[in-house]
Design a protein around this ligand. Structure first.
Ligand code: ZN
Ligand code: ZN
Length: 207
């Protein structure tokens, strides 16, 4: 009988696997002192490993912070644009080239599908993160034909309507983006890209 009046239930020793009747509810191993020592060693090793993992996490967070502090506005610009382009890839997944309407190979990212700006980044840099101004296109239209703008415009109207296309065409309000803004763009579009990626993959699995 234990202090609380209940008959103690037999336990299995986690070290040697024999069954034993514990003397108190705090007893973790059988009555063999060797098991007690082994159990203690195990516990200490677990605690040490946990502390080591925590130190490693803190170090990598620290490293990341220092690396981020060294980034220039041009680095943030590239990362923000990459996040937006990835979002465009998954948003337009399965759709043909916005300009020539040829079927695109979405098998590999960074391969046959480009994020093509209707108004180029050079001509209208303030529209470089605009999601209407940025659509999936083939490499030939985007790189060799400078976006292939005449059919691009026709298909852009089909996709979003004339009003949005004209709004893009008439938007000449120059805007400069600071690092905080670029960080926000990156994090927002990273999340949106992931959301669309999951959606597309779920859909293609179901099909
Ligand atoms: Zn034991
Ligand atoms: Zn094309």
């Amino acid at each position: 009988m234990m202090a609380n009046g209940k008959t103690p239930k037999p336990k299995t020793c986690p070290i040697c696997s024999t069954e034993y009747i514990p003397r108190s509810s705090l007893q973790k191993v059988c009555h063999n002192y060797k098991c007690a020592i082994a159990f203690n060693k195990q516990r200490h090793a677990e605690i040490a490993a946990r502390e080591q993992r925590k130190r490693e996490r803190e170090q990598s967070a620290d490293l990341r912070q220092r690396r981020e502090a060294l980034k220039t506005i041009s680095d943030w610009n590239k990362e923000a644009q990459a996040a937006v382009n990835k979002f465009i890839f998954w948003r337009d997944y399965g759709k043909p080239c916005i300009s020539c309407e040829r079927q695109l190979n979405y098998g590999v990212r960074g391969g046959a599908v480009d994020a093509s700006h209707y108004r180029s980044r050079g001509a209208a840099p303030w529209l470089r993160f605009n999601v209407f101004n940025n659509n999936s296109s083939c490499v030939v239209c985007n790189r060799d034909l400078s976006g292939n703008p005449i059919p691009y415009r026709i298909n852009l109207i089909k996709k979003y309507g004339l009003e949005i296309v004209e709004r893009i065409e008439h938007d000449n309000k120059t805007r400069k983006f600071d690092i905080d803004y670029l960080k926000r763009v990156k994090s927002i579009f990273k999340r949106r890209a992931r959301h669309y990626e999951k959606l597309r993959k779920r859909y293609s699995e179901a099909a």
